[in-house]
Design a protein. Structure first.
Length: 235
């Protein structure tokens, strides 16, 4: 995560604090294009600095190498711990189940390895999807920009470019402004509110829960209730 998304954050701060003219390249650097080139191991024709493409490729290689590191060590460490306990004659249920709640009296290495594969896949895909979910804000902002331009051109701009008299033009401008204001408030502001609401729901119920919630462990969720706290203190 540090190698890929941490580098993305660094690129954002770097563009904020450095003036990059883009001379001698295909234009000023684009963070999205740089990330695509980084992930696909392609040449970045719009680098932040000379050699930033090679540096990004090295970071991406480290990120790729981190996946088998997440996958392989834990099952074999649990296997070694189980063998050590078995050699000492300590064959309890927790060690038999590998700490995953499968206390059937036998160490299931295949089951633990499959479980670790699922955890690794969920973490990798979840990391990418959770971060990419912010592209929804970017896409909607572009849509709002185009919509606002269309609303302006089809209402106020049509009146401004028409050859109307002062009286008729004033009335038309008043009506056009009312139409532009109503459509802008209803569509753009309404969509912005809905966008923030839906994105907040996804952040909480999908991203937050997938990082911290486990179906077979943890503490049962209890909504905050002053009445329940008072009754518990009185009891």
């Amino acid at each position: 995560m540090i190698c890929f998304f941490g580098f993305m954050d660094f690129m954002i701060l770097y563009k904020w604090t450095h003036v990059i003219s883009g001379e001698g390249t295909d234009g000023p650097p684009s963070i999205i294009n740089s990330l695509i080139c980084m992930a696909m191991f392609q040449e970045d024709k719009q680098p932040l600095w000379n050699g930033s493409g090679d540096f990004a490729h090295n970071l991406m290689a480290c990120a790729v190498c981190a996946v088998p590191i997440m996958l392989l060590p834990k099952p074999f460490i649990l296997l070694k711990m189980h063998n050590d306990k078995k050699a000492r004659g300590d064959n309890d249920e927790e060690s038999a189940g590998g700490g995953h709640g499968h206390g059937d009296g036998e160490f299931q290495f295949g089951e633990i390895f499959i479980h670790q594969i699922i955890e690794t896949i969920e973490f990798v895909l979840g990391t990418v999807s959770h971060t990419a979910s912010y592209l929804r804000i970017w896409a909607l902002s572009l849509a709002h920009q185009q919509l606002s331009l269309v609303f302006y051109q089809k209402t106020l701009m049509m009146v401004f470019t028409s050859n109307l008299g002062p009286v008729v033009g004033g009335i038309a401008t008043f009506c056009a402004f009312a139409a532009w204001f109503g459509v802008t408030s209803g569509v753009l502001l309404g969509m912005d509110v809905l966008e923030c609401f839906l994105h907040t729901l996804r952040l909480h119920w999908v991203e937050f829960q997938s990082k911290f919630y486990k179906s077979d462990s943890g503490v049962l969720f209890a909504p905050y209730s002053i009445k329940a706290l008072v009754e518990e203190s009185d009891a």
